[in-house]
Design a protein around this ligand. Sequence first.
Ligand code: ARG
Length: 460
Amino acid sequence: GGSKLWGGRFTGKTDPHMEKFNASIGFDQRMADVDVTGSQAYARALQSAGLITEAEAKSLVDGLETVRGEWADGSFVVVDATDEDIHTANERRLGELVGSVAGKLHTGRSRNDQVATDVRLWLSGAARDLQADMLRLITVIADRAEAEIDVLMPGYTHLQPAQPIRWAHWLMSHAAALQRDAERLAQLRGRVEVLPLGSGAIAGHPFGIDRHQIAKELGFPKITPNSLDAVSDRDFIMEFLFWASLTGVHLSRVAEDLIIYSTAEFGFVKLSDAYSTGSSLMPQKKNPDAMELVRGKSGRPIGSLMTLFTVVKGLPSTYNKDLQEDKEPLFDAVDTMRGVLPICEGVISTLTINEDRMLASLDAAMLATDLADYLVRKGVPFRETHHIAGRAVQLAEDTGVKLTDLTPDQLRTLHSAFEDDVTGVWDFTRSVESRDAPGGTSKSAVQQQIADMRAWIETQ
Ligand code: ARG
């Protein structure tokens, strides 16, 4: 064990299978860049604390920059026997490059505060990228809503035709959920960007390091308040995995709607060829695979969230190797969301709608609520009007006509308050336009939603 960073007290060799089992370099090398960045900030802080000279700090920082370059151009060679994780690999390579001064870098530092810092730095960057993905998707939805503001379609509850709505209203309903997700992501970043470095293994730093200096240099507004908590806290990852789970679930619902709307039976939308695939057997097929994958992949972050909850539950204070199991679920969730979001953006910006099919699917019976509302405006209590409108639907069904074909005379057999102007109710646009309270489906109400969304995007 002599060649290992921690080999001093060991005389026996590590079992080869244990070596592989213990190693995280296979996946945590994704943090190579942030590990270098964190170490450079630490080297400067060691200098400020008078623990190394300016020349030594420069040698460490420059050597680390070479290490960063080797990872970037693919020339870094991992040595299986010693490089158990990204932290040991980078330090080993730094030693080869700059000599014995490399041995001063880890003064007062532990891989426990180092790995917690690296994951936070890495996730901070990933969250920034995801935030940009989110804003692009929300923008595409708002653009589409604005361009197709006049298109009407059936709105559903229980997947049964309910009331006429604007297609743009449907679009903005999903933008509203995604806006909450974007806000949640921004908020949780405030809890990710907190610096653990300077906590040592568990008990704190013995050489008067300026933790605020390191935080400032790494762009973190805060430092962790307690060294024991600093090395054992993985809340910020779980919170992120919850974010990914919920956002994934929201996108799976967009996907499900679009899958249904693109069926031959609905025919409301056609997904672009760019996001569809064919069948190897049935020549006529065009399948909404992109949306099916978005729907399916939403299961992954949920699994990752459960994984990490299960890993952390009941762990004793403070760092335990179990915590090495935090990274693969995190990386998978980030990869999944970075894959899913641009696909949704692409699908929504390129699909075409069939306005006529949407309009033709507006069934007369969907105006039954409007018929009840008509009587409300004549002073009849709503509970009564609901019943009368229900009987009108039944009368239409019994006489084999559409609700909208009932004459004012026929309607008067149900209630005397029906006047000849009741025929004005049989108008889908009028129905939609009547719902003009904020958040409703009238043109002005949807335009306001779009304007509010754009104003919010501007503040991001
Ligand atoms: N690879 C480890 C992890 O991912 C780094 C921290 C190891 N610390 C330790 N004392 N073994 O958690």
